[in-house]
Design a protein around this ligand. Structure first.
Ligand code: TYM
Length: 332
């Protein structure tokens, strides 16, 4: 236990999770849990950087936690918790804000994308400094590895920069974390525009699969998935839509890209799309049943997040105390 490397990762409860969240991150989290000392967090503090209804936030937070467990995260093995339950995240976040530069935060592509979607008077300071809170999440646990999708790569680079800056300014304090980004599932694309990533904030519901979508919706969304007029199931950059569907199939079925391409030789897209939908339906069905069960057992979820927060708090405080001392705060 002592010598295991540490993993930290989190998801925002900004809505229901998508197939992108699942294949890009959650599925890998499950695979890593026995080998590493894992901290998996529901990052509710990140979710309020854009306007959020309190009752939706509460509901989504529990739903995300239930999804973690339903997808196979073992709460006995992993520290599962809710970010706002461990105040050290906000405390280190503040300190690191004072070691982050306006210029570098202005260059964050997610900030640029997200702020474009907001009315310019409604872009909060929280949205701007959001990556610094993420850096605090990671550094508090001295994480070695951070399993995320491709879209988080730039934030991971920022974590490394800020950790190194702090270590240079004072002395060795933070472990420099490495991103853990898998090859094929790292960017699941929109089913309607395969050049942009699948995202729950997309206005077009046909563009994403939610983990809680019913069977008919899943089948319908895959039938409508945008492909091309070439008509051959092949894996290349000219056929982004088909490539995305092959990636989804492969990540779930475990079949290789070549095997999938060979299976559909001489067959059109219709059969292929239906089969991808079935692969997804079969993967999600047991998860959905478990989520329903867990959400009816809120006492059980509560036990898990309370125990998780205690364990997380212990590890987080250790780092925070060191940092506070180094910057010159007088201990109480
Ligand atoms: P979030 O909540 O947007 O997404 C959660 C995880 O899902 C991955 N992901 C995808 N992967 C592949 N294809 C997609 N279409 C796709 N959409 C989302 C994301 O890369 C992510 O791994 N800032 C983070 C949350 C966070 C965090 C952290 C992550 C806060 N603190 C500390 C790691 C460590 C975010 O907004 O992820």
């Amino acid at each position: 236990m002592e010598n295991k490397k540490v993993i930290f990762s989190g998801m925002q409860p900004s809505g229901s999770l998508t197939l992108g969240n699942y294949l890009g991150a959650l599925k890998n989290w499950v695979n890593l849990q026995s080998e590493y000392d894992c901290y998996y967090c529901v990052v509710d503090m990140h979710a309020i950087t854009v306007p959020k209804e309190p009752k939706d936030l509460r509901k989504n937070t529990l739903e995300v936690l239930a999804n973690y467990i339903a997808a196979g995260i073992d709460p006995e093995q992993v520290t599962l918790f809710i970010q706002s339950h461990v105040p050290a995240h906000a405390e280190l976040g503040w300190i690191l804000n004072c070691f982050s530069y306006y210029g570098e935060l202005s260059r964050m592509t997610q900030f640029k994308d997200k702020s474009k979607k907001q009315d310019s008077n409604a872009i909060t300071a929280g949205l701007f400094t959001y990556p610094v809170l993420m850096v605090a999440d990671i550094l508090l646990y001295q994480a070695d590895l951070v399993p995320v999708g491709e879209d988080q790569r730039q934030h991971l680079e920022l974590s490394r920069d800020i950790a190194a800056r702090f270590n240079n300014r004072f002395s060795e304090t933070f472990k420099i974390p490495d991103p853990f980004i898998t090859k094929d599932g790292a960017k699941i694309m929109s089913l309607q525009d395969p050049t942009s990533k699948m995202s729950k904030s997309d206005a077009n519901e046909n563009s994403f699969i939610l983990l809680k979508d019913d069977v008919d919706s899943i089948r319908r969304k895959f039938k409508r998935a945008v492909t091309d007029s070439i008509g051959i199931v092949a894996y290349n950059d000219e056929q982004q839509g088909v490539k995305n569907l092959i990636n989804i199939h492969s990540k779930i079925s475990g079949k290789s890209i070549e095997e999938i391409v060979t299976t559909y030789e001489g067959k059109g897209y219709a059969q292929f799309k239906d089969d991808v939908a079935e692969v997804v339906v079969n993967e999600l069905k047991p998860i959905q049943e478990k989520v329903d069960y867990l959400l009816k057992n809120k006492d059980y979820l509560e036990k898990i997040y309370i125990a998780g927060a205690e364990k997380a708090e212990y590890a987080a405080r250790k780092t925070l105390r060191k940092v506070q001392k180094k910057v010159g705060f007088i201990p109480r």
